[in-house]
Design a protein. Sequence first.
Length: 133
Amino acid sequence: KSTIHAAMNQERYRGPPSSIVASLLKRARFPEPPLKSHPNLRPLKSVSCLEKAGNQLKNCAGSLADMVLLEDSYFYAWSADGALEPQAIVQLKRAGRFWRIERYEGPRHTDFSERYATQLVRDFRDAGAMRWP
């Protein structure tokens, strides 16, 4: 409550409540990524990183930052075969002490080939995630 109250009292935050919430969300810090490093995985470590990746792949990932802040989910950009641009955004979901793959989507919410899906799952398992139950 005090953070919201302080933001409302600052001149730059005057406006509708939604703009106040959006401003606070932009400044929020994500927790540390839950998986060990892997060359094909890039943790999306901030609201702006998540929004940028969502915009690149034209999907809704950028609007899901609250799940990370609640420490219920974490998002990664996945690229295979040395690609510079992400080929999928992957949502990991907390499962007790572990993290499991909740979903993955390519550009515009599309699925991709079985070969890529198999590689994606292997990369995340190698980094410490479990596959969905």
